[in-house]
Design a protein around this ligand. Structure first.
Ligand code: SR1
Ligand code: MG
Length: 408
C-alpha cells in the first residue's frame, strides 16, 4: 500500500484493521488519540480507550522528511525499519527496560508498541525536580547487555558482520556526523547561539586547534569503529521512568559504532542537567545536582562492572584471544579495553555537550532557561566541561575525577 501519513482521525480505523489489536482493545469507536511527538523526527500518537484506560498503545510513524525542519530536509522512512528492528533486538536482551512492539508496518513506516502509562520522559521529570533511585542501576544494565551482546566479544564473527549490514543507518548517521561532529565547530547555518553567550566562549571551542583535532579523532571513531549495536541517541529524552522502572525508547539512530558513544551521550546529558540546574537555582537545586553527578558516576561504574562481568562469564564460549598463556593476558586485554572505552565515553560526552549548546538540537535543561544571561552561564559552564573532556580525557583516572572537573 502507498505510504500515507496518518492523522489522529485515521488512527482508530487503522488499528481496528489489525487483528493483533483486537487483543488490546475491546472497542475502537471510543479510542482517544493525541499526537504528542515533541521529538525532531516523527509523529507519535497516544491511543487509549476512554472507557478502559488500561487499553492503550503508542503508534509512532516516520515521515519522509525531518519533522523539526520540514519537507525541505528530506529523509527516507527507512529509519522506522531500523527503529523497529532495534526495539525488538534490545527488548530481547532487556525486556524490563525496552517497550514491547505489538505491530510493525514497513510500508507505512510505523510501529505500534507498549504505552508506558505511568512513566515520564526522564529529562522532563528531572526538570520538575523529581529524582529516581533506580535509574543508574537500570541504565547500566541496559548499556552493559546491549553493548556486550552486540559485540565481537560475544557474537560469532559472521553473525556480527550480518548485524552490521542489517543496522547500516546511512542517513541518521550522517545527521549525527553533521550535527554532533561537524557543524558545531564552524559557523554552520544549522547552529544557533544564545545572543547572551559571549562570542569569545564560542570561539574558544570553534577556533581551538586542539579541540578540533580531538573532535576529528572522535568523529573518525564514530564513522569507522563498528564495535557494537548502539542505541545511537541515548540521552535523557530517550529514557522513560517511573519510581521503579526505567525504559529506553527511540532507537531510530541505532547502528554499529563505538560503544563509548552511547555511554558518553548519557553522561553528557547528566552533566548538561547539572549545568542547567546550577543556572536556574531555586529550592532543591543542590539535591538535584548531587543526584545528577551521583547517577553519572554510578552509571559508569555499574556499567563497567556489569560489562566486564558479562565478558568474563562468556569468555570460555568466545575464546576471543585464544589461550591465556601467562594467566594474565585476558585480564590485561580487558583492562586496556575498559580504559579505552572510558576514554572514548568522555570524549563523546564532550562532543554531545558542545553540540547541545552551539548546534541545532538543544536541550530544555539549558535552552529552556528564560533569562538569557543565566542561560549563558549554564552554556559557558557546559562548554568549559566539554573542553576538558575533549582535551584531558586520557588523563582522567576515575569517573570521580571527572566529577571534580564538572564541579570546578
Ligand atoms: C535533526 S535531528 C536532531 C537530533 O534529534 C535527535 O534526537 C538526535 O539527537 C539528533 O541529533
Ligand atoms: Mg529521539
Amino acid at each position: 500500500m502507498d505510504f500515507r501519513r496518518l492523522t489522529e482521525a485515521d488512527v482508530p480505523g487503522y488499528l481496528q484493521s489489525l487483528p493483533v489489536m483486537h487483543a488490546h482493545f475491546t472497542a475502537f469507536d471510543t479510542l482517544d488519540v493525541v499526537e504528542v511527538g515533541d521529538g525532531n523526527l516523527n509523529y507519535v500518537y497516544l491511543v487509549s480507550n476512554r472507557h478502559r484506560p488500561d487499553e492503550t498503545v503508542v503508534l509512532k510513524q516516520a515521515v519522509p522528511y525531518l519533522r523539526v525542519v520540514g519537507e525541505s530536509w528530506p529523509l527516507t522512512r527507512h529509519r522506522m525499519d531500523i527503529e523497529t528492528a532495534a526495539l525488538r533486538h534490545f527488548r530481547a536482551l532487556c525486556p524490563q527496560h525496552v517497550p514491547e512492539v505489538f505491530h510493525a508496518d514497513s510500508d507505512q513506516s510505523l510501529v505500534v508498541m507498549q504505552r508506558l502509562r505511568e512513566h515520564r520522559i526522564l529529562r522532563g521529570a528531572l526538570l520538575d525536580g523529581q529524582l529516581f533511585d533506580q535509574v543508574a542501576a537500570h541504565l547500566s544494565t541496559f548499556m552493559a547487555r546491549s553493548l556486550f551482546f552486540g559485540s565481537d566479544l560475544y557474537l560469532h564473527p559472521d553473525a556480527k558482520r550480518e548485524a552490521v549490514k542489517r543496522f547500516t543507518n546511512v542517513e541518521l548517521c550522517k545527521i549525527t556526523e553533521d550535527l554532533i561532529f561537524t557543524h558545531p565547530y564552524d559557523d554552520s547555518p544549522t547552529n544557533s547561539y544564545n545572543e547572551a553567550l559571549p562570542r569569545a566562549a564560542i570561539d574558544r571551542i570553534q577556533r581551538n586547534p586542539r579541540v578540533r583535532a580531538a573532535v576529528g579523532e572522535l568523529k573518525y571513531a564514530f564513522m569507522t569503529r563498528a564495535e557494537s549495536l548502539l542505541h545511537g541517541d541515548l540521552h535523557v529524552g530517550s529514557v522513560m521512568v517511573s519510581a521503579d522502572e526505567t525504559f529506553v525508547i527511540d532507537p531510530e539512530f541505532a547502528f554499529y559504532g563505538p560503544m563509548g558513544f552511547d555511554v558518553g551521550l548519557l553522561l553528557a546529558n547528566f552533566f548538561l542537567g547539572w549545568c542547567g540546574q546550577g543556572a536556574r537555582g531555586g529550592a532543591g537545586v543542590a539535591a538535584s545536582q548531587r543526584w545528577l553527578l551521583d547517577t553519572a558516576a554510578q552509571c559508569w561504574e555499574e556499567f563497567a562492572h556489569k560489562f566486564a562481568a558479562l565478558w568474563q562469564q562468556h569468555e570460555q564460549d568466545s575464546g576471543f584471544i585464544g589461550r591465556d598463556l601467562d594467566g594474565h593476558s585476558r585480564q590485561a586485554f580487558r583492562d586496556a579495553f575498559m580504559r579505552r572505552l572510558f576514554d572514548d565515553s568522555l570524549g563523546f560526552a564532550g562532543c554531545e555537550m558542545v553540540r547541545r549548546v552551539l548546534g541545532l538540537a538543544k536541550v530544555a535543561d539549558i535552552a529552556g532557561i528564560d533569562d538569557l544571561h543565566a542561560r549563558a552561564r549554564a552554556e559557558m559552564t557546559a562548554l568549559r566541561i566539554a573542553e576538558r573532556l575533549l582535551l584531558e580525557r586520557s588523563e582522567a583516572t576515575s569517573i570521580h575525577q571527572v566529577l571534580d572537573w564538572v564541579r570546578a
